[in-house]
Design a protein. Structure first.
Length: 609
C-alpha cells in the first residue's frame, strides 16, 4: 500500500480512538517528542516514515545493469555503473542512507509506542493497537535490514563475513556513532528475531472475523469485542505489514544467507532456507495454491479483472494499485509514443528454451537461427517484444528495414539504433506493460497496474533452489509434501512447455526436465534459469548473480535483422551492444559507502573497494 494511502487510512482509523480534533492546527510548528503521547497521529508518523523507506522498486531499473537488458538512456546511473563507474562513493545500488534512516525512525517508534494514547477509553483496544503497531515496526525493521545486508554484506580484509552495524535503539546526540559492523550471521539472527516478533503480534492476514468467539483469548480477557477487533486487525488494515509478510521476509533472508556467496559464514543452511520457504507455501496448500496463471495475471490486460480487484492469488504483498500510463510511456516503442527505455538482451532471449522445453543450445531442440522466434517458450512472447510482433494493432519492426504504415509511408522509428528512443538490442520490453494503455499525451488512456513486493512464484522458486541444494531434485526428507522437481514441473507446465504449436502436450512429456531431475547440478542450472525467466525485469537478476557468485561482466548482445529487398529474406546477426566492466574478483559484494568508512574508524570496508 502506498504511504499516502496508509496515512489516509490512519487518519480515518484514529478518528475512532482519539478525542482530540485531528484537523485542529497545532499551536506552533515545533513539536516536542512528548506531544506524541497525547496525539496518536503524531506518533504514528514515525511508523509511516518506516513504510516510506521500504526499498521495493516498482519499475524495471537494476536489470539494465545485468546481462538481461540495457537502456537507451545514455546518462542512466545503472548503465554507467555497469560500464565501470561503480565505486564506493558512486553506488546506485546503495541502501545505506535510506534503510538506516528508516531503522532510526522505527527504533524511535518502538520506544514510544506503549506510551501513546491510541485508544485511552478502552483497555483492549489500546493493547490491540500497541500489539499491531509494534508488530508492523518489527517487520519493517527486518525488511530494512534485509536490504542493507543484501547490498552491503561482504568479506573484509580480515576474512570475516560482515553485515552492517546493528542498531535496535534510536541514536541521539549522545550516541557513539563509531559502531563496528556486526557479522553477517548476527545480522541474519536479528532479522529472524524481528520477523518472529512481528509474527507473534500480527494476524497472518488482515481479515474481518464474524463472531466474538474468534477473538484471541488475550484480547477477549481484556474485554475486546467484535467491532473493535475488526477495526484494528480487520480488512481495513489490508495492505499493511502482516505476519504473512514477515514470514515471507524471513524465507527471503534465509535464501540469501544460504547462497554460495554467504553460506560459509552466515549460519544458515539450504535445508533451513527450504524449510522456511515451505512454511510460507504450506499456508496456501503447497502446490495446490500454485497460481496457474500467476506468471502473467498481475500485469497483462487479458487478466483485467484480476488486476483491478483487491485479491490476486499470485501476489503475497503489493503496493496499492495505480492507474497510470507511466510505464508504457517509458517503454513502449517510439511509434506507440514511448521512449523505449528498457531493451531486453539477446542473452535473455537465448535463455528462453524451445517449446519442447529444451534449451536452444541443445542439438535436439530444433532451434533454427534463421527463424529464431519459431516454436519458442511462450513466455518469450509474453515478456519481450521482438521483430514482427504486433502491439496495439501496430506491427513493430526492430530490424534495419522500414515498416510501411497505413498511409504507405516508410517508418524507421522502431528500428535498431535509429533514434535516441529506439532499441539498442533489437527488442523492446513487454512485461509489466498493458496493451490497452495509450501514452499519447493528446489522447492518453490510463489503466490500473499492480506493483508486487513479494510474489508467491518467487517463494516457490526459492524453495526449489534451497531444497535442491539441500536434498536434491526429488527428495523430501522434511515431509513438506512437494519437492524442487514438483515446483519446476508446475512452473514449466504453466509456461506451456512440452507442448506442440497449438498447446497440446507432447507424447514424450518434458524430457529435458526429467534429465535434470536425475542430476542435481543440472537441476541447479535449470532452477536458476527458470528464476531468471519468471522474475525477469523485476529487479532480481543483479542480486541473484551476486549471491550465486556468477559472472557480472558478460557482454550484452542484441540482434540485427536485415532484409533482402529482392527476396524479402531476413538475415539474423547477433551483435555486441554493451561491454560490462565489473570485477568479478570482489564485486559480488557491494561496498560500504566511502564517506562512512572515512568518518568512522570502526567501520570496515569490504575487500577490493
Amino acid at each position: 500500500m502506498k504511504t499516502r494511502n496508509i496515512i489516509l487510512y490512519f487518519i480515518g482509523l484514529l478518528a475512532f480512538c482519539s478525542c482530540q480534533d485531528m484537523f485542529e492546527p497545532a499551536d506552533e510548528n515545533n513539536r516536542q517528542e512528548d506531544a506524541m503521547y497525547e496525539e496518536s497521529k503524531y506518533a504514528d508518523g514515525l511508523l509511516m516514515y518506516g513504510y516510506g523507506r521500504l526499498p521495493y522498486l516498482t519499475t524495471t531499473q537494476t536489470d539494465i545493469a545485468t546481462d538481461d537488458a540495457v537502456t537507451n538512456n545514455q546518462t542512466n546511473s545503472y548503465k554507467l555503473m555497469a560500464e565501470g563507474a561503480w565505486q564506493s562513493d558512486n553506488n546506485p545500488m546503495s541502501q545505506w542512507d535510506n534503510c538506516k534512516d528508516g531503522i532510526q525512525y522505527i527504533n524511535l517508534f518502538l520506544t514510544k509506542v506503549e506510551k501513546v494514547k491510541w485508544a485511552p477509553s478502552a483497555v483492549s483496544k489500546q493493547q490491540m493497537f500497541i500489539d499491531r503497531l509494534k508488530g508492523e515496526a518489527f517487520g519493517l525493521r527486518a525488511i530494512l535490514y534485509y536490504y542493507l545486508l543484501q547490498a552491503h554484506g561482504g568479506y573484509a580484509d580480515d576474512g570475516v563475513l560482515y553485515g552492517v552495524p546493528l542498531l535496535t535503539t534510536p541514536e541521539d546526540g549522545s550516541s557513539d556513532f563509531n559502531q563496528p559492523r556486526a557479522t553477517f550471521a548476527e545480522c541474519v539472527q536479528q532479522i529472524f528475531a524481528d520477523c518472529d516478533s512481528a509474527m507473534a503480534l500480527l494476524p497472518y492476514d488482515y481479515e474481518n472475523i464474524s463472531t466474538d468467539a474468534e477473538i484471541p483469548a488475550k484480547y477477549k480477557e481484556l474485554g475486546a469485542y467484535l467491532t473493535s477487533y475488526n477495526l484494528v486487525f480487520g480488512s481495513k488494515a489490508s495492505g499493511l505489514l502482516s505476519a504473512k509478510v514477515a514470514e515471507a521476509t524471513k524465507a527471503q533472508v534465509a535464501l540469501l544467507a544460504a547462497s554460495p556467496a554467504f553460506r560459509d559464514q552466515s549460519g544458515v543452511t539450504s535445508a533451513e532456507a527450504a524449510t522456511l520457504c515451505a512454511n510460507v507455501l504450506k499456508r496456501i496448500g503447497g502446490m495446490e495454491g500454485f497460481d496457474k496463471t500467476g506468471n502473467k495475471d498481475w500485469f497483462q490486460s487479458a487478466f483485467k479483472s484480476m488486476i483491478e480487484t483487491v485479491a490476486n492469488p499470485e501476489i503475497l504483498w503489493r503496493e496499492d494499485r495505480q492507474k497510470n500510463a507511466s510505464q508504457e510511456r517509458e517503454n513502449f516503442p517510439p511509434t506507440l509514443y514511448g521512449n523505449g527505455r528498457v531493451n531486453p538482451s539477446q542473452n535473455l532471449v537465448d535463455a528462453f528454451p524451445m517449446r519442447s522445453g529444451r534449451p536452444i543450445t541443445d542439438p535436439a531442440s530444433g532451434y533454427n537461427p534463421n527463424d529464431p522466434y519459431a516454436n519458442r517458450d511462450p513466455r518469450l512472447a509474453d515478456n519481450i517484444l521482438y521483430n514482427g510482433r504486433t502491439l496495439r494493432k501496430s506491427e513493430i519492426i526492430t530490424g534495419t528495414y522500414p515498416k510501411i504504415n497505413d498511409k504507405g509511408i516508410a517508418e524507421y522509428d522502431d528500428n535498431l539504433n535509429y533514434r535516441s528512443t529506439s532499441t539498442r538490442t533489437g527488442y523492446y520490453l513487454l512485461k509489466l506493460l498493458r496493451d490497452d494503455v495509450s501514452p499519447l499525451s493528446s489522447s492518453i488512456i490510463e489503466q490500473q497496474h499492480i506493483y508486487p513486493r513479494i510474489r508467491y512464484t518467487e517463494i516457490f522458486l526459492a524453495y526449489a533452489e534451497a531444497a535442491n541444494d539441500a536434498w536434491g531434485p526429488k527428495a523430501d526428507p522434511m515431509g513438506v509434501g512437494f519437492t524442487a522437481y514438483d515446483v519446476i514441473k508446475a512452473i514449466r507446465e504453466r509456461a506451456g512447455l512440452a507442448t506442440d504449436e497449438i498447446g497440446m502436450p507432447l507424447p514424450e512429456g518434458d524430457t529435458y526436465l526429467e534429465e535434470c531431475a536425475n542430476d542435481q547440478a543440472k537441476m541447479t542450472t535449470l532452477i536458476r534459469n527458470e528464476r531468471r525467466l519468471e522474475l525477469c525485469f523485476e529487479n532480481k537478476r543483479f542480486w541473484d548473480l551476486r549471491r550465486w557468485m556468477m559472472p557480472l561482466n558478460e557482454t550484452v548482445k542484441g540482434m540485427k535483422i536485415d532484409r533482402n529487398e529482392e527476396t524479402g529474406e531476413l538475415t539474423y546477426t547477433v551483435i555486441n551492444v554493451e561491454e560490462r566492466k565489473y570485477d568479478n574478483s570482489y564485486q559480488c559484494y557491494g561496498p560500504i559507502p566511502k564517506g562512512e568508512v572515512l568518518k568512522w574508524s570502526n567501520l570496515k570496508q569490504n575487500k577490493g573497494w
